[in-house]
Design a protein around this ligand. Sequence first.
Ligand code: ZN
Length: 346
Amino acid sequence: MSQGDKNFATSQQILSRESNKNSLNFRRVFGLNDLTERLTKPFVLGTIFVLSKFNRHFIFTMIYQKTLAQSVETSGIGLHTGVKVNLRLKPAPPNNGFIFVRTDLDNFEIPASLEYISHCSYATTLLRKGVVLSTVEHVLSALRGAGVDNCFIEIDNLEIPILDGSSEIFLELIDKAGTIEQEVARKFLQIKEKVEFEQADRKMTIEPSDKFEIDCLIEFSHPFINRQTFQFVLENDSFGREIASARTFGFTTEIEMLRKANLALGGSLDNAIVLTPEGMLNENPLRFQNEFVRHKILDIIGDLTLVGMPILGKITAEKSGHAVHASLMSRLLKTETAWEIVEVKG
Ligand SMILES: [Zn+2]
């Protein structure tokens, strides 16, 4: 881990200021903690207090980290590899984050972290010490969407099962397990400055917000898609209502090329929307008229878990994909003035 230019002190250095929004008081604590040691540069840790006035008293309710109440499991096949795989979600201690465990390789661990991204063509693949783990984004999206902070994700093969092509079954598993609060405050990556990444007509920005929100636009010259936009705010059960069931999609015109590249080997009408030039092969209807852009948001939420903690910021994505998501995260974390780590009391 490299040390940057910021000065760190073991004692707390406290600053307070009134925000012009929501009467926030900020307390910044400069220092490192064990969560941040997973990342490649030092962070600033702070606390936000959201004041609630009740009977002349200020009430503080700490937002605590959460994990699963019990283990849950499922099985399926990998979308790209076609291999059969068993998956188990297990409770994990505070500040653990999400860690994949390859039970077929002596419980080799691959933390869900930006530093292990290997490649991003058609899915996000992690690589650590030669061990590969593919298509991590849908299960990570479900965990973040459900408000889980810490979880071990055990699998016994090299790709997360695609299930029905969405995050719905992962979310049902998490609901079945239940969640419990842990006695450690949740840490957020709060965005302080706008950061953007642009590549040809693909563009993605992240800017300050007191929520986690995503504005997304996609454009494909297909009669079912054309231009679709959706605005999403992660709050309460919005992920389950608006995003979780949106399925991945592909085009028949791409399938031959994908299969030649050893991709989409497990793809079928059970786990993807398959679009022909004029329509789709699936007999069942779309789950939303704009299911495609909703799935893009599902992927963004999943990919952005790789920064290591929930984000307070607004993302705007135009025609983005896994590689753009990774590039934006990388640029964000390298821009030290653009973020700080905070704890929120609401
Ligand atoms: Zn996806």
